[in-house]
Design a protein around this ligand. Structure first.
Ligand code: FES
Length: 111
């Protein structure tokens, strides 16, 4: 099985910031915590709010709707076990100054 790659945009997020991207039919949020970029599925698995509307609290991305905090490295629900699952996270690479997100298998499902 191959792994699809999608260019999100310039890797110019400031430390402490986050940004949501539309990737085909899906949404990805990229965070910059201490200079490290991480990518997570943007649709919160609790009730579908966009995590890109939330905020960072240390290494947690906090959902704007019910304030569940997800670890930016692992996607683990670190604040409210049992309320919802962990969030999918995706590997990214910086290629020629662009954020490239990996892991959208199977290719083609993203429109
Ligand atoms: S929708 Fe994200 S915590 Fe409820």
């Amino acid at each position: 099985m191959s792994t699809s790659r999608r260019v999100l945009g310039p890797a110019d997020l400031a430390a402490g910031s986050l940004k949501g991207y539309r990737v085909g039919k899906r949404n990805v949020v990229v965070t910059n915590v201490d200079g490290s970029l991480r990518a997570m599925d943007d649709w919160c698995n609790h009730a579908g709010c966009l995590l890109s509307g939330g905020h960072l609290d240390g290494r947690l991305l906090v959902c704007p709707c019910h304030e569940v905090g997800f670890d930016v490295d692992t996607g683990k629900n670190a604040t409210s076990p049992g309320v919802c699952d962990d969030q999918p996270v995706y590997p990214i690479e910086i290629v020629d100054g662009q954020i490239v997100v990996l892991g959208f298998d199977p290719p083609g499902v993203d429109g």
